[in-house]
Design a protein around this ligand. Sequence first.
Ligand code: C2E
Ligand code: CA
Ligand code: CA
Length: 792
Amino acid sequence: MADLGESWTTQQLVEFLSLVSSFPDEESAIAGAVERAAEALEAEVGAVVSDGRLLASTGFSAGNVQAEMLLAAAAGRSSVIEVPGAGSCAVIAVPLEDGMSGQLVLARAGDAFDSQEANLLRGMGRVLTLGLRALRVLAAERTLREHSQEQALENARLLARLRERQRLHERLAGIQRAIVQRSELQDVLDAVVGGAAEFLELDAVGLRLLDPEDDEWTVLVASRGMDAERFPIGSRAHIRDGVGGRAVSRKGLVVAQHGDLDEEAVAGLVCRSLEWAIAAPIFENGRVVGALSVGSRNPSRAYSESEEHVLLAFAEHASLALTDAKNFGTALHRALHDMLTGLPNRALFLDRLEHAAGRAKRDGAMPAVLFLDLDGFKRVNDSLGHGAGDQLLIEVGRRLVGCLRPGDTAARFGGDEFAVLLEEIHHEGEATAVAQRIMSALHVPFRVQGREIPISVSLGSAAMKDAGQDLVRDADLAMYQAKARGKGQYEAFDPAMHTTLVERLRLESDLARAVDRHEFELAYQPIVELASGAVVAVEALVRWRHPTQGLLLPGAFIPAAEETGLIRAIGSQVLQQACMQVASWQDRHRSPSPLAVAVNLSVNQLTDPALVGEVADALDASGLDPRSLILEITETMLMEDLEREMLARLKELGVQIAVDDFGTGYSSLQYLHRFPIDILKIDRSFVGAVGEGNDAAVARAIIELGQSLDLRVIAEGVEHPAQVATLLRLGCRWGQGYHFSTPRTAAELDELIVGRVVTGWDLPARVLGRPDGHRPMRERGSAGAAVYSARS
Ligand code: C2E
Ligand code: CA
Ligand code: CA
């Protein structure tokens, strides 16, 4: 029995121990132990007292604990107590051992505690003591550990701070070295801004300097992490605006936080989407000249005093650099000018425009803006290299300035975009006059790296009509319209352009769909032998059967197609269709020298590496003899090495190359012989002059040039019989124009080509493989025949 009792007790004690040690601290362990002890011995009341204090109790309703009574029982002064609600209860108290001068007390109604129960309780007392001691050790260890961790952390913090300071010093020393070594001031200022941004790990850092001409304003000269769209380098801010301006006007450190009472400061922060910002003034020889400001967008990132110190250190270095710099004005100059051309940049331009607009409001003057863009600049850059491109831009800037009055501003907006501000004009005609002056100044070919480079510009202008007008946007739009009309055009802004722009966008989307749906058709215009009127070739001219607008001529959509790049897809469809059609005509009308077809190429196609493959495919698919295909390009496409290479590869296919609109481009005459050309087409404008009996000089020159280079010459736009006679007299053998035929559909031409005698291009016998060496209809030794024998 005793054994059983013993084992029962032991098990209870083990459970009791595990219970006690499951508590995290003494207090809860004691409370838990009391409860469990009372439960085990079915006591109404339990308690632990120590040093005359009640540590824990159970069995009393809240606020009703009979502490005095329990303390008396624990001290052995009473063996029975009166418990409210339970009546008289027998008391048992066991000591808590091991230095704890306390007792575990239970009181039970009914039977008194027997000796076994007393044993169990004593055991529980001991276990509780042990458990509490273990808890105390643990707690001590924890405290110790926490303490040493804190120490370690503190050490690490100190170390990090030291390292940080070291890094800061190194960084600042780097800036100092740069100053001493007279690095570019801009580099030093950039390093200051970069250093502050990295060190403070902040979102936005800006360095502003006072405008020397107007000390109410600051100019941004270096920045990190700022919205470059809204705050570009060179952008100005009033000194009342933002922490930077405040630091300047107060000549001291300024801190602004969201929630500040200062409304202006908060507005400045909101504008820059910052939570808080600090700025330190920058001095030059003791005079405040700007500020370095930093800010955080992170609401949970508080700023600290040490950050102020770091900021001050960087600001001080900027001051050092400026004081040391030859001239701090250069920094400002850089921020406001285009490095390459030295012209004002966009920021300065917009600022001047704003001033001019302000004056206009006051005294009724009218400012105007011209916007210009070089045509095909990218090609110059790509083919001649950036050095040549840069040189060209510099020269364009010079000429531009030469066209202006002293008060006006020419600026480079970037790339090949320039803008001109006419501060005050009296009527719009003045803007037009300046535009024309500029166009003719830029029309004179440029000499770059020993080469003549002709360029043209597209120009738009807008004059201030009403106060809210955005002149730059409107001039840009006018320029865009000018470009849409082709190269070298000028347009003055008209409010209707806003609608035109919408129409243009619609055209572009219609065009994309037209490519998918093959909405393009070809008209063919005969090219004839002037003497006989016999058709030798046809020129394929594209038309667009627009679903709602009917048949559209190339002028209505080719420029848009070129700008969007859709011309490549259209051109490829044209090639296929033209080759098919002419192959079928050749099939049905076997003449000794077969009908040729001329297809127009645009520059986009000629720079597309896929072109050679497309031409070969069109020839393959149609079975057309390559010699029957003439590719027409324009003079201006002849400038680049790239295109020369492309032409050489096309020539390898066996096709012929014609130069279209010859005489309208400039200056490439001298390198004509370097390109594999077969045919020159005299531009309509010169042929027109021939007809009126007046100036045939250009036509004559071209014909002679063609003869001397062994090229065939075709006169375009022949409208009158008189022109035919003159052209023949001048030695021109072929022509094309309304006098012979307008462009017709294939069906319309069927009869003319198949039903009547067609001479065709007289190909040399050797090429055609005619064994009899059949002599072509015209004399040997003239341009055409020689071209074939020399080049085939
Ligand atoms: P272009 O290559 O100079 O084509 C000749 C243009 O002059 C044609 O206008 C034609 O109708 C017109 N023309 C022909 N004979 C006479 C005449 O006696 N008097 C006058 N005043 N005009 C005449 P079209 O068809 O409107 O084509 C205009 C331009 O569109 C073409 O000029 C060519 O540069 C371009 N183009 C036409 N088809 C294509 C094409 O498939 N691809 C590309 N890239 N451009 C094309
Ligand atoms: Ca043509
Ligand atoms: Ca032409």
